[in-house]
Design a protein around this ligand. Structure first.
Ligand code: ATP
Ligand code: MG
Ligand code: MG
Length: 350
């Protein structure tokens, strides 16, 4: 069978690898870190740095298509890979989503709403931006942020100095704080022939900047749900996207505001593993393999909850709940803030 290369051996790479194996593909993971969660399930693992062009080349020559579990892949590494095989989703999705400033501009050009934002390099940039955007606001590094890392909240304009210091000189953006009623996300897929399929939007609650729960159905009116799906489709089409994408949205009285996009399977889509016939991982593999998309219709009301750090102590109780499907990532060490697993609890079957 064909071989699928996956950049990144974390939990997302692991679950992609399981889905690919289930469809009969061979999987090959590329991961710099030792003992990656995906290493236990993939057919082959290359442990090497993204700077190692020779290792990347050998990896790319061993696979038919390359996909990824995270968006911060160095451009030079992508160049080496692309000389040998296609990268799906494509380079444009990575270029846009690697940098919050580029991403916000892209979304605005599509006519979508984002938080007001400004490019920040210096103290005077920040002072000028605070004149228009004001406080409360959030300073975010343009690149490499996840799980709320690389962010500083400004309650008032007096927090400017300490917030900028927190960025440690990294290029940043200032975002106006959105008074949202709640947060939702759309997990959207686009196939190689351009067909688009979206999962029902889920409602997300974050704790300490990390996703805590996703609940289905989300509190959305019919027109909000339609809006969410249509704007996700617009983003995928604009990028000529192939694969699954997570689109994070703020629900406000003025409509849906796009927080950020992630060109990959998404934590807030983990509910699909037990709420749909074809989950986001199979959907992603189908798309990048050039297969037709599968049926992402939701068949149950469901709550996904992350197991973070010491939440793992709850496992003894969780395994006694027969309506709960448990997904663990096989991480060797439990650390505060580390995603160890998640569980999906069926609320009602429709
Ligand atoms: P992820 O792990 O989802 O990639 P991240 O580190 O990229 O997270 P964001 O999604 O930008 O961070 O922000 C994390 C959370 O902080 C959001 O889900 C939201 O709850 C809150 N937040 C971020 N930006 C804003 C904003 N402009 N206004 C209000 N709340 C915000
Ligand atoms: Mg993010
Ligand atoms: Mg986010």
């Amino acid at each position: 069978g064909a071989t699928i290369g996956i950049l990144g051996g974390g939990q997302l790479g692991r679950m992609l690898s399981v889905a690919a194996s289930r469809l009969g593909f061979v999987t090959h993971i590329f991961e710099p870190g030792a003992n990656p969660p995906a290493g236990h399930v993939a057919d082959q693992v290359t442990m090497a740095s993204y700077d190692d062009a020779a290792a990347l080349q050998t990896f790319a020559q061993s696979v038919d298509v390359v996909t990824y579990e995270f968006e911060n892949i160095p451009t030079a590494a992508l160049d080496v890979i692309e000389a040998h095989c296609p990268i799906r989703p494509g380079r444009e999705a990575l270029r846009v989503s690697q940098d919050r400033l580029t991403e916000k501009g892209f979304l605005q050009d599509l006519g979508l709403q984002t938080a007001p934002y400004a490019d920040i390099v210096t103290q005077s940039d920040l002072e000028a931006a605070l004149e228009t955007i004001g406080a409360p606001s959030i300073l975010k590094t343009r690149r490499f942020g996840y799980d709320g890392k690389g962010q500083a909240r400004l309650k008032s304009t007096e927090d400017a100095g300490s917030a900028l210091a927190d960025m440690a000189g990294a290029p940043s953006i200032l975002e106006g704080f959105i008074e949202f009623s709640h947060e939702v996300s759309v997990i959207a897929a686009r196939g190689i022939t351009g067909e688009v399929s979206c999962y029902d939007p889920g409602e997300n609650i974050h704790r300490d900047g990390i996703l805590h729960t996703t609940t289905l159905p989300a509190r959305l009116t019919g027109s909000q749900r339609m809006d969410a799906i249509l704007l996700a489709g617009k983003i995928l089409n604009a990028l000529d996207y192939v694969g699954v994408m997570g689109v994070e949205l703020f629900v406000t009285p003025k409509g849906l505001i796009v927080n950020e996009i992630a060109p990959r399977v998404h934590n807030s889509g983990h509910w699909t593993q037990n709420g749909c016939a074809v989950d986001q991982f199979e959907q992603h593999i189908r798309a990048i393999a050039g297969w037709p998309l599968g049926d992402g219709q939701r068949h149950s009301d469901i709550v996904m909850e992350n197991l973070i750090g010491l939440d793992m102590d709850r496992l003894d109780d969780l395994i006694k709940q027969s309506d709960t499907a448990i997904h663990l990532y096989g991480k060797a060490e439990t650390k505060p803030g580390r995603k160890m697993g998640h569980f999906n609890t069926i609320q009602r079957t429709s």
